[in-house]
Structure formats: C-alpha cells, structure tokens
Design a binder for this molecule. Structure first.
Ligand code: ADP
Ligand code: MG
Ligand code: MG
Ligand code: MG
Length: 416
C-alpha cells in the first residue's frame, strides 16, 4: 500500500487494503475477509475505524485531505497524521503508558494503526454522565508535567530540541486553526461562530470589552511565539479516554512547539466547563456532588502538575537552562528554588489566560462542547453558558492578580 497515492479507506475496502501489512494483519489474526470493521463517528477531523480480527482489535486512524465534519470545502493537509505519529512516540517516551501503543504508520496513506482502548470511554462523556473518576487529576497532572518538561530546553539536548522544533514547525495548518478559531474568532463576528440565542447581550458586551480583547491577543502572542516544548495542542476532555483505573491521552495531531501552559489551561478549562454545565444535567437528580468533585479534580490536576514539574526540575534538569553549575554545584540550592518559583508562577498565570480563552471559544466559536450542547433546553443551556463566559473573562483579564484555586472555587460557586 505504501507505494500508492493516498486513498481514503472505507469499511468495505479496509480488509483488502490492509490485509497484507504484517504489523496489522499479524496482530489482528484470522482471514482479512472475516475482520469486523466499524467506523467511529465522534471525531471532527479524521476517519477512525475499529477493526476486530480473529485475535485482537485495533484502531485504524486515517487523515483525509479535508475536515471530515465539513467536507472538501475545507481542505486540510494529510500531514497531520505525521505529526500525530511523531507526537505519540514522544509522549510514550516521556510519559510511558499514557497514550495508545502505535503499531504501524504509513505517511502516504496518512494512516496510524494503534491499540484499541477498551472498555475506555471519552472523558467528556463520563463527566456529562456524572461519573466521578478517581484517577484523572493525578494521571493527567503527571502526563502534562512529564511531557511538557521532558520536551523542553529544561531537559533535552539543544540539538535534539531544535530538530524537533523544526519538525513540528511545519504543522502550520493545525496551528492556524487554533490561532483563528481559539484566539480571534470568539472576539468578533467571525463567519463560522455561533452561540445559544439567550446570550446575545452578553456576547455583545464581551466583544466590546477592550481589556478582554487586548489580553486575548497577548495570549495569542504567547501561543505563536513561545516555542517552549512539544505541546499536545488539543488537550480537552474529548482527547482523553478513561476507565476508573486507567487514563489515556489520544489525538495529538495539533502538536507543535508552544507554551507549556497551553495544554494545562485547555484541560482545566474543560473541567470548569463541565462544572458550569452540570446544572443542565440534573434531570435524574442533583449534581452537587459532581460539582464538588470537579473542583477537587482541578485542584489535584494543578497540584500534581506543579509538584511533578518541581520534582523533575530538582532531579532531571539536564538541558541548557538554569544549569546546576550556577546553582546546586555552588551549593546554592536556594537559587534553583527561586528560579523554579518564577517558572511555576509564569505557568500558573499563563494557564489561567489560556483557560479563559478556551472557555470562550467553546461557547462563542465554531467547535462547541457536548457538555453544553447536550442541554436541549436552550434557555437552560444559556443560563449555564453565561456564568462560564463571565468566569472565563475574569480569569483572562485578572490572571496576574489571582492567587489560588480556592479563590476561583468561590467565584465559580457564586456565578453558577
Ligand atoms: P479526531 O482527530 O477526528 O478528533 P480522534 O483521535 O479524537 O479523532 O478519534 C475519534 C474517536 O475515535 C474518539 O473520540 C474515540 O471515540 C475513538 N478512538 C480514537 N482512538 C481510539 C483508541 N485508540 N481506542 C479506542 N477508541 C479510539
Ligand atoms: Mg479528537
Ligand atoms: Mg496523545
Ligand atoms: Mg483530532
């Protein structure tokens, strides 16, 4: 298949086309004609198939030369599959066991064969259903600290980091999606925007909010210029698959060298949105316990991230920054701790800025969240989205003055 020009797979052609690839056919087992193939419908950009063979089941993910949800009127390069493959291999090295195992990659066909996660479900779905998963705060805090620290100049050899910087710098089109859809479109009447009808007055207010529009562009400035580490780039609750005892991160096709705090802010924003959406999901009883759980998850995600980052700082700081020669080696461990405090402070502040923007773009932009979208009653939905928009505005504009998550818990409770 490698020699041929790109051709999209279908449920019907998949067995014949992949049946002679040993890395795939050998694992699946049985005659290709007997494989059971289903297409998963819930992704936005790509084709994803579940293929059940005689012995194993695999996921086959294939990019299309356009956005799957929209069609060929929105072209998008196949190369996103290349970035996803390279991001998955680096994440596996830096945080072993946190991403699906990759078994095969074909660049021409933009195809990745990977481990089928089962009985995992998408985290966003679990949170909408009201499941209180015990491990996500810790697992995702560790995943972010390890991948973000170990992909940076705090850890990598300069030549390796620069080679990766160059490799991922070509992920232009997916970065362009984020640059426009996340950082700009929500703040003006961009053609692809939409919002729930009851929000008109608030949306007008936000789009004429000078401080907000200035701070949003300052965050965009950081996003495009702070090439600090390999970020996942799309780390929302739809890119995490869970069971009560396992947490896996999927779909890193947006990976590039960007600011560490981007992943952290996007993930935590998705917990805050889950929080503000809970009132819309109370048809079978109160979600008070779920709301309290989500605030605990946010606290645990951030504190795990911060503590693991500090641990890696103290034990693995082998890159070109803040060298031990200047600090510990001169018996000045306090200098290293002082520098660490500055780095963590910046991560905290930037995390808040990115989080607030993610909350805005999911309510005002093109790509909305099922957390809110699944609330059928539009006026109930708007009454959940409005506090989320106000909360987002507060944390973007005031991020330099916010001292703790406890302070934000009180704000969330007051607004909700
Ligand atoms: P897209 O880039 O189009 O968003 P995703 O990688 O998010 O595609 O995959 C779309 C859906 O396919 C996921 O929401 C999930 O339901 C399913 N899926 C993807 N990868 C796996 C996997 N490794 N194991 C099980 N299901 C998966
Ligand atoms: Mg996805
Ligand atoms: Mg991943
Ligand atoms: Mg994707």
């Amino acid at each position: 298949m490698k020699e041929n020009a790109f051709e999209a797979l279908t449920v019907e052609t998949l067995p014949e086309r992949l049946g002679n690839i040993p890395e795939i056919a050998g694992r699946l087992g049985g005659a290709p004609a007997g494989w059971k193939v289903r297409e998963v419908g819930d992704g936005n950009l790509n084709l994803v198939f579940i293929v059940e063979g005689g012995s194993e089941t695999l996921i086959i993910k294939q990019a299309l030369p356009y956005v799957r949800l929209v069609g060929d009127s929105w072209p998008l390069p196949l190369k996103r599959s290349f970035f996803e493959y390279h991001a998955l291999t680096r994440q596996e090295e830096r945080a072993p066991g946190t991403v699906p195992a990759v078994h095969y990659f074909d660049e021409t066909q933009a195809l990745i064969a990977m481990e089928f996660l089962s009985p995992h479900i998408i985290l966003r779905r679990a949170l909408i259903e009201g499941q209180e998963l015990p491990k996500i705060g810790r697992d995702l805090g560790l995943f972010m600290a390890r991948t973000l620290f170990r992909g940076s100049d705090l850890s990598m050899k300069a030549a390796d980091r620069k080679a990766d910087l160059a490799l991922f710098a070509d992920n232009i089109d997916l970065c362009d999606i984020t640059e426009n859809l996340v950082f700009s479109d929500p703040y003006f009447e961009a053609p692809m925007n939409r919002h729930t009808p009851g929000l008109d007055a608030l949306v007008k207010e936000l789009r004429s909010d000078r401080d907000l529009k200035v701070e949003a562009q300052r965050m965009k400035h950081l996003f495009v210029s702070k090439a600090e580490t390999m970020v996942h780039g799309d780390l929302h609750s739809g890119s995490v698959m869970v069971t009560p005892d396992d947490t896996r991160i999927i779909d890193p096709e947006f990976a590039f060298y960007g600011p560490m705090a981007f992943d952290v802010g996007m993930l935590i924003a998705n917990y805050w949105m889950a929080y503000f959406s809970q009132r819309g999901h109370e048809e079978n009883g109160s979600r008070a316990s779920m709301r309290a759980y989500l605030l605990r998850v946010i606290e645990e995600t951030w504190s795990t991230f911060r503590d693991e980052f500090a641990h890696l700082w103290r034990t693995e700081r082998s890159g070109i920054l803040y060298q031990a020669a200047l600090y510990e080696d001169q018996d000045d461990g306090l200098a290293s701790e002082q520098a660490l405090n500055h780095v963590i402070h910046d991560l905290w502040t930037d995390m808040l800025g990115f989080a607030g923007i993610e909350m805005h773009r999911r309510i005002l932009g093109l790509a909305h969240n099922a957390d809110f979208e699944d609330i059928a009653d539009e006026s109930l939905r708007a009454s959940c989205e409005a506090p989320a928009l106000k909360f987002g505005r507060h944390i973007v504009v005031n991020r330099n003055k916010i001292q703790s998550l406890a302070e934000l818990d009180r704000l969330a409770e007051a607004l909700d």
